[in-house]
Design a protein around this ligand. Structure first.
Ligand SMILES: [Zn+2]
Length: 443
């Protein structure tokens, strides 16, 4: 397959009239300054596909259904009760249908890889399914049906709070011991068969896994993407100080082998020392700015983190809204509101380009994905943008896309498959129909 782009964002910057040859899911050649041939697929502006480094796909099923003020103060913790109620009802078919919906929306948004932080393991009564990977397989089926690449992150979840507290009834579908988790990992490793798929793991949080369990997981499953929720809520920081005598990130840095394969999800509440320690470790911070805003988590200190060379990627987390541009825009706007200034995340040049290229690199690192570049040998994960005004100004194109000046996603290829054309996924209608049925049964 040959694609001809009027402009393409190559590792050295924008180039004109670029021909890309794709075979077996990879870019074979990338040639700027070349003429289009009659059978080429022609696009306006081509950029690499974005990895989505943090998602709980099933949560797409109640997007927009928790924005209703109840009696008393609503918070992350009241939202979590609603999420548990939804999670407790979901059957494997519903999981597959809703996950496929989320994957379609991710691809249409310009995400080409899903990092699925997957903790809904057992049957609604809390007993394991006969196949420990039953619910994981539903995620695999959704990614195969939609074509998005997958980095699957089975979650280890053993406790209901700090200090090894017993799990609650609402957590019964998530919890297992270390042997059960090893069986799940082995079952997942045996059934992920597409060449683009990866397997990592995720101790859920310092609330749900003890220090000994986290260290054991890092020893038994070395060298794989290793993700953990951390320091998302102020209450979590207080509880951690009470139990461990240290803040969550401070404790993690002192007690766990945090390195480049680690991804610290949220890391919202940080001291200057914690900011520096994460950056020095080479770990990626997984920012989910739309969910963090939706849940009232707080504001990540992006300016300080980027100033010391910190790496980040973006995730859609609760999937309340699935949007590459929305996440990057919210990240930048949260900083502008906090600092009462403009263009915070870039120290010079286009803010959109700085945000987009940093999130590509961080996301690929966190998900063990191929290099997110338009270059020979890289994965053919491609997003074609369309500018309805035809301004022919590549220098501002990513800013005009991210900050909402009418630029849209036209075409998307993941691992070489042409999945989105004219802004629509090729299986959109069928998958939306099945998801609507599943969601109606649940609400
Ligand atoms: Zn999460």
């Amino acid at each position: 397959m040959r694609i001809h782009a009027a402009a393409a964002l190559l590792p050295g910057g924008w180039e004109r009239d670029v021909t890309l040859v794709v075979a077996d899911g990879l870019l074979v050649s990338v040639t700027p300054g070349s003429a289009a041939l009659p059978d080429d697929i022609r696009v306006e502006a081509l950029v690499p596909g974005m990895p989505n480094l943090h998602s709980h796909a099933f949560q797409r099923g109640f997007s927009g259904l928790t924005e209703w003020r109840g009696a008393g103060r609503d918070s992350f913790w009241t939202w979590r009760e609603m999420m548990y109620r939804f999670a407790l009802q979901l059957d494997p078919e519903g999981m597959e249908a809703i996950a496929a919906l989320a994957c379609v929306e991710m691809l249409e948004a310009g995400f080409t890889r899903l990092g699925e932080f997957h903790y809904l393991h057992h049957a609604p009564d809390g007993r394991p399914y006969a196949d420990p990977a039953e619910m994981s397989r539903r995620i695999f089926a959704a990614t195969e049906a939609t074509g998005i690449a997958l980095t699957h992150l089975p979650v280890f979840y053993a406790h209901g709070g700090f200090g090894g507290a017993a799990p609650t009834e609402g957590q019964r579908r998530f919890v297992q011991d270390v042997d059960g988790f090893d069986r799940l990992m082995e079952a997942c490793a045996a059934s992920l068969h597409r060449p683009q798929d990866r397997l990592g793991l995720a101790p859920h949080s310092l609330r749900a896994a003890t220090p000994e369990q986290i260290r054991r997981l890092a020893q038994v499953w070395p060298g794989r993407p290793f993700h953990i929720h951390i320091a998302e809520q102020a209450k979590e920081v207080e509880d951690c100080l009470g139990h461990c005598g240290a803040r969550p990130v401070e404790w993690l840095m002192d007690n766990a082998p945090v390195g480049p394969e680690w991804c610290l999800i949220h890391a919202t509440h940080l001291t200057a020392a914690e900011v520096a320690a994460i950056a020095a470790s080479g770990a990626v911070v997984g920012l989910c700015p739309l969910t963090e805003a939706n849940l009232g988590d707080g504001t990540f200190p992006a300016a300080d983190f980027l100033a010391v060379g910190g790496r980040f990627g973006i995730g859609t987390d609760s999937n309340v809204s699935i949007s590459v541009t929305g996440e990057l825009q919210m990240l930048e706007y949260s900083q502008r509101l906090a600092h009462q200034a403009r263009n915070i995340c870039a120290t010079s040049g286009s803010t959109g380009t700085v945000l987009f290229t940093a999130a590509l690199q961080g996301g690929a690192q966190a998900l063990a994905a191929p290099a997110p570049v338009l270059a020979p040998g890289a994965g053919a994960d491609l997003v074609a943008l369309r500018d309805p005004l035809g301004l022919d100004d590549t220098g501002s194109l990513l800013d005009r896309w991210i900050f909402g000046a009418g630029v849209t996603v036209a075409d998307v290829w993941a691992s070489g498959a042409h999945l989105v054309e004219g802004g629509r996924h090729r299986e959109r209608d069928r998958i939306f129909g099945a998801a609507a049925k599943a969601i109606r049964r649940l609400i």
